[in-house]
Design a binder for this molecule. Structure first.
Ligand code: AR6
Length: 208
């Protein structure tokens, strides 16, 4: 059968649609999909923030999440004692339409690859795995990921999308995770990531 590409990647026109309608990609899989949208507007159980190890906010998606959630989010984050690269911590979502925010810290691509060429990928995979684990521990049913590390942290979108989609597949395939998550959304913001997911998602989901 024909594998749909994400060039018809769903462009949401309303908040309801992003979380209720089936995307072309979802015809391959009921759980995993991609949308191009502002993650701060998604009405899912939890969203995953691309934070830094201080967890005190910053630019990019982190800045957007902190300003939409309000000062209370930054205050709660300040009590968490930071977060290691590759790990994830959960907070309330305050003024955001989701219920919780999971903060993960992606690798700075060039710093980590200078230490060991394998390090960026294993750390990025760890971000996705730890975020999913924390989501399940907190009984979240739906989760939306920002494209971790692909902004100022410089991780090439194409490789980031392959690692992200494959790590999510591995997690969902584990018997202990069956029926835990109903929706996993890759929330894309820029064209470069849209192109990357257009390739990565059908490729990974074929084997799923
Ligand atoms: N919704 C969804 N995705 C977004 C949004 C949004 N509103 N805004 C940006 N993106 P980045 P990183 C995408 O740089 O590379 C911060 O200062 C963006 O297109 O936000 O992990 C932190 O505090 C890109 O694809 O995160 C850290 O210091 C993706 O989000 C540092 O940046 C990630 O880009 C983390 O760098």
């Amino acid at each position: 059968s024909k594998i749909p590409t994400v060039s018809s990647l769903y462009r949401a026109t309303s908040l309801r649609q992003t979380t209720t309608e089936r995307t072309p990609v979802q015809s391959l899989n009921d759980i995993v999909s991609a949308v191009r949208y502002d993650i701060t507007k998604l009405e899912v159980d939890c969203i995953v923030n691309a934070a830094n190890s201080s967890l005190l906010g910053g630019g990019g998606v982190d800045g957007a999440i902190h300003s939409a959630a309000g000062r209370q989010l930054t205050r709660e984050c300040a009590t968490l004692d930071g977060c290691e690269v590759g790990d994830a911590k959960i907070t309330s979502a305050y003024h955001l339409p989701c219920k919780k925010v999971i903060h993960t810290v992606g690798p700075i691509y060039f710093t980590e690859s200078a230490k060991d060429p394998e390090r960026p990928e294993s750390l990025l995979r760890s971000c996705y795995r730890r975020s999913l684990e924390v989501a399940v521990e907190n009984e979240m049913k739906s989760i939306a990921f920002a494209a971790i590390s692909t902004g100022v942290y410089g991780y090439p979108s194409k490789w980031a999308a392959l690692a992200a989609t494959d790590e999510v597949r591995k997690f969902l395939e584990l018997p202990e995770n069956k029926n835990k998550l109903e929706r996993v959304i890759f929330c894309i913001f820029e064209v470069k990531d849209e192109i990357a997911y257009e390739r990565a998602l059908p490729w990974v989901l074929r084997f799923f």
